[in-house]
Write a protein that binds this ligand. Structure first.
Ligand SMILES: O=C[C@H](O)[C@H](O)[C@H](O)COP(=O)(O)O
Length: 236
């Protein structure tokens, strides 16, 4: 691999390590984000080399669909399959119980559907994503139907959060998700019970899903650079 900055190197290594775990004849959930993008690239390269055969991907976003097509990975849908063998996806935060915050790319609703259905869900992160407590470095994304934005923001404030509407970059106005909805990012000073909060937020009318993934991840692969050497650590 070419010389890259440490974070890019960690993402490449961990993406490759996850791609190496994909076996021929399987249905693969394809996650979203800059780390998973490397996994999709390496899965495609294994297919092209003939080392991997007969796999089908289920993308979690428009980004994953585009990358899968670019790297020659055949795609399918949840209507066509009765199982997902393995899903590979990134995360914005990972706590010591393997609970996650996701949704930095506004894809968490589809990601949670695909990742939760997988027999094995592998999370790929660089070591900056490991936290003692969720919510300490990253705001919690909540996908909301546009007409419900204001009441959902008020309800999130009642739960102790400080909500802000996610705005586009190089686009005037808010971020619009692949499903045509908006994302509210919420700061919680003390996110003590992720399992409870995940349900409470999803109970607010107008909320599609939030970025808390509690009890979904099976394996965390962590990319690290130690003494200039990239390595991958596995947390089971
Ligand atoms: O919505 C996006 C996803 O949850 C991503 O998997 C997450 O934001 C991590 O992305 P990255 O690997 O780019 O940090």
């Amino acid at each position: 691999m070419s010389q890259q900055d440490p974070v890019t190197l960690m993402k490449q290594y961990v993406g490759k390590a996850a791609a190496d775990r994909v076996q021929s004849g399987t249905i693969v959930g394809l996650g979203t984000g800059s780390t998973t993008a490397y996994a999709i690239q390496y899965i495609g390269e294994r297919l092209q080399s003939g080392e991997l055969k007969d796999i089908k991907g289920i993308p979690t976003s428009f980004q994953a669909t585009v990358l899968a097509k670019q790297y020659g990975i055949p795609l399918t849908t949840l209507d066509e399959v009765d199982r997902i063998d393995i899903a590979i996806d990134g995360a914005d935060e990972v706590d010591p119980n393997k609970n996650l915050i996701k949704g930095g790319g506004a894809a968490h609703t589809r990601e949670k559907i695909v990742d939760s259905l997988a027999e094995v869900f592998i999370v790929v992160v660089d070591n900056s994503k490991l936290v003692d407590r969720l919510g300490s470095t990253f705001l919690l994304p909540v996908e909301v139907i546009p007409m419900a934005m204001t009441p959902v923001m008020k309800a999130l404030e009642k739960l102790g959060g400080k909500p802000t509407l996610r705005m586009g970059v190089k686009k005037a106005g808010p971020v619009v998700t692949d499903e045509g909805n908006l994302v509210i990012d919420v700061k919680f000073d003390a996110l003590e019970n992720p399992a409870e909060l995940e349900k409470e937020i999803n109970n607010i009318p107008g909320v599609l899903d939030n970025g808390l993934f509690v009890g979904v991840a099976d394996i965390i692969l962590v990319g690290e650079v130690i003494d200039g050497q990239a390595k991958v650590r596995e947390i089971l």
